[in-house]
Write a protein of this length. Structure first.
Length: 453
């Protein structure tokens, strides 16, 4: 349980500062955009605008800062499912609260903008002029992405040459897929729209090059870091502490690098745009729903840069964009239910049900096993569980083990047991080995008395 909490904390703790500082940074002008609203340069210090910014900062602190210490609560929980449910709900709130704060204050600025008619009269003209601009950019040679992709596959190939440990192989597959995906992610940045501020095409070219060059370097470093991680995981496969340190170090590297890349890009772009006071600038506020979701039927691009953070948004005017958005929303809503499912798995005991023809180890989900008595070759009652070497597929907690595992001296076994409630029945039937018991020790002994002879 402690190990699970440490792993979850390592994954979840970095999300808070990333979201907090990225969303907080939206109050700073970026290409005339403040809290998702495009405003004329001469209005950025307007008292009404400053009042909205002050309110935004205040409510962002109120909604987000209390969430940070709450992550310590799962360390006092005894059930993994309950802790996981807490983490999922916490993550959901971490997304909803700041985004809601952003959307509310964005609407306040939009109201001010409409009341004062703070619009650029030349928006459409600026857009049409810049659309024809092609920003020349030298791309990194594909060889530099191909090499780490191949390296990431070597541990997976090695693991498949012997007895397959699916828990370990799944890790290798995950990081190999990440390495392979980072390669096309690099090319996506060249399909994004140019970074347009106004009719100055030279400035557009410079702003676009800064973002492409900085994020191009990020994806190259991320590809190499992920590709090299797999061989190191193989090297320290038997050392859990070393594995945790490696994954933690990798996570911190990518988070720090992504934050550095985005802020370095923003600082460079800010320097390039200093002194730009043109009244002709791009204003696309009407295409952004709450400043969060982009919907523009006239834009052929599928991906656009987010107005907050350092991500990309899909154009919801495209059918694929709608599908991806619905899928993302469903995933967010479903997150707590995954924890609840695990919680139910943990608190639902295994029960042995004996009939004239079958023995059933009844549990939830996929891990209810029914064994025909006529197929049983041997039955053994033991007070100690065999040493479990690995989980191939299934569910495991501090007490419950359900699914297919590998056990010392037994090979592949099918488990449905409460480890803290001995004894255990080791049953060989129809070329399968089962280890089962009932939450009631007396029931396990009773069943053995009836089928053990």
């Amino acid at each position: 349980m402690l190990l699970m909490n440490i792993i979850m904390a390592v994954c979840f703790f970095p999300i808070w500062p990333i979201l907090f500082f990225m969303i907080r940074n939206t109050k700073e002008s970026k290409k005339n955009i403040i809290i998702g609203v495009t405003l004329p340069p001469n209005t950025h210090k307007d008292p009404q605008v400053l009042a909205v910014i002050k309110s935004f900062t205040k409510w962002l602190n109120i909604t987000m800062i209390p969430l940070f210490p709450l992550l310590a609560i799962p360390f006092f929980m005894t059930l993994m499912g309950a802790a996981l449910t807490f983490y999922m709900v916490w993550l959901l709130l971490l997304i909803v609260f700041p985004m809601g704060t952003f959307a509310i204050h964005r609407e306040k600025l939009m109201k001010l903008k409409r009341e004062n008619n703070w619009y650029s009269e030349a928006t459409e003209q600026v857009q049409s002029e810049v659309k024809a601009t092609v920003v020349p950019t030298k791309k990194i040679n594909n060889v530099w992405f191909f090499i780490p992709t191949v390296i990431s596959l070597l541990p997976l190939i090695y693991s498949l040459t012997g007895t397959i440990n699916w828990d370990v192989s799944a890790v290798y597959i995950t990081f190999a897929l990440m390495t392979a995906l980072f390669w096309p992610f690099y090319y996506i940045i060249f399909r994004l729209r140019s970074e347009v501020l106004n009719e100055n095409i030279t400035l557009t070219t410079a702003l676009t090059r800064v973002r492409r060059n900085n994020w191009g370097k990020f994806w190259l470093i991320a590809t190499w870091a992920t590709g090299l991680l797999n061989p190191f995981l193989l090297l320290f496969e038997e050392n859990m502490t070393a594995l945790l340190v490696l994954i933690l170090g990798y996570t911190i590297l990518l988070i720090a690098l992504s934050i550095y890349t985005e802020f370095a890009t923003r600082i460079a772009q800010q320097k390039l745009t200093q002194g730009e006071t043109s009244d002709s600038y791009v204003d696309e506020d009407d295409y952004w729903i709450w400043g969060l979701f982009y919907l523009n039927k006239n834009d052929k691009h599928f991906f656009v840069n987010d107005r907050i953070g350092m991500n990309m948004s899909c154009n919801l005017a495209k059918p694929t964009g709608k599908v991806l958005m619905i899928f993302a929303l469903l995933c967010l809503i479903a997150m707590p239910f995954f924890g609840i499912w695990m919680w139910i798995e943990e608190i639902t005991p295994v029960r042995l049900v004996l009939t004239d023809t079958t023995l059933t180890a009844r549990s939830t989900g996929l891990y209810t096993y029914t064994i025909k008595l006529s197929d049983i070759n041997s039955v053994e009652l033991v007070d100690e569980m065999p040493l479990i070497l690995s989980r191939n597929d299934g569910f495991g907690s501090a007490n419950l083990l359900k699914g297919r595992f590998t056990a010392s001296h037994l090979g592949t076994v099918f488990l449905s047991v409460q480890q803290n409630d001995p004894p255990f029945l080791i049953i060989v039937a129809a070329d399968r080995t089962y280890i089962v018991n009932d939450a009631d020790s007396a029931k396990t002994r009773e069943v053995y008395g009836k089928i053990g002879d």
